[in-house]
Ligand binder design. Structure first.
Ligand SMILES: N[C@@H](CCC[C@H](N)C(=O)O)C(=O)O
Length: 275
């Protein structure tokens, strides 16, 4: 039996999306890793599943998996893609969906067949206490005791942001992801502040490596820039795949705006990938 999937991306951060609302599939971490493999599978930065929501306010429950099979509590770019997809299905420009990190609200700002959909997702409140990140011990999350003193927080997933003048420092990402200070590993961002309202960002993603864009990483970088007095509450974040706008509002919510695009649709024989 073949299973339908959609391949979408937000600024080149790409996703395979499988709908389990009607039928649930046996998507084990090993099978997800096989499907996410760029040579032997469909290939993606994250694998996303849609299932029936538990909360009646939500249209769908969304889960995010890295290509190593691990699950993430948040994924900004995939959230915009799911909002675009479900918004189209339900003929609405405003929707709520459920994630492991709670309910997220999204608004479709525009749709264009060529340029894709522009979506704002309310990514919720950042958590800056060390237990929430999580960190292995009680330290100041504004300046972690690591060379370069990154700032850390959780956007539903763990992030550390280094403020650098030279982005080649991003080479440290792989070693830092697994530093003992991060018991659940971490996404490691390297941000260069180009103006109070603009930064250039590269993120080494936990379980995925460097991606062309990391939405939750962009949210974390802007919040951390504000916490460190380095940037304004609304910034344009330039990543390898393009630009998104992040605004940390007065209610402590982080709003992420950027594109979402359907690349292609297909079917796959899930049984061909070992459990
Ligand atoms: N690409 C994502 C983040 C995906 C999850 C991350 N790798 C993790 O393990 O937390 C984004 O756009 O936010």
């Amino acid at each position: 039996m073949r299973t339908f999937f959609q391949k979408m991306h937000g600024l080149g951060n790409d996703f395979v999306i499988v709908d389990e609302r009607a039928t649930s599939f046996d998507l084990t971490p090993r099978r997800i890793a096989g499907l996410a493999d760029r040579r032997r599978g469909i290939g993606c930065d994250q694998f996303v599943t849609l299932s029936a929501p538990e909360d009646s306010k939500a249209s769908v429950f969304v889960r995010f998996f890295n290509p190593d099979g691990s699950e993430a509590g948040a994924c900004g770019n995939a959230s915009r893609c799911v909002a675009s997809l479900i918004g189209q299905e339900l003929h609405t420009d405003s929707l709520t969906f459920e994630t492991q990190n709670g309910l997220l609200e999204a608004r479709i700002l525009s749709r264009d067949e060529m340029k894709g959909t522009v979506v704002t997702v309310d990514m919720g409140r950042p958590r800056t206490d060390w237990q929430a990140v999580p960190l292995a011990k009680a330290v100041d999350t504004l300046r972690l005791p690591l060379a370069g003193e990154p700032a850390a927080l959780s956007m539903g997933n763990p992030h550390a942001t280094f403020f650098v003048t030279d982005l080649s420092e991003a080479e440290r990402g792989p070693a830092l992801e697994i530093d003992p200070l991060f018991p659940d590993r971490a996404n490691i961002g390297f941000a260069r502040i180009d103006a109070p309202d603009r930064m250039r960002l590269r993120v080494w993603e936990r379980g995925a490596g460097f991606t062309l864009a990391c939405g939750s990483g962009a949210c974390a970088a802007v919040v951390n820039a504000v916490r460190r007095g380095l940037g304004e509450r609304r910034m344009t974040v330039e990543v390898d795949g393009g630009e998104m706008v992040i605004a940390w509002d007065a209610d402590d919510h982080v709003l992420m705006t950027g594109p979402a695009q359907l690349a292609f649709e297909g079917t796959v024989d899930l049984e061909a990938y070992p459990k």
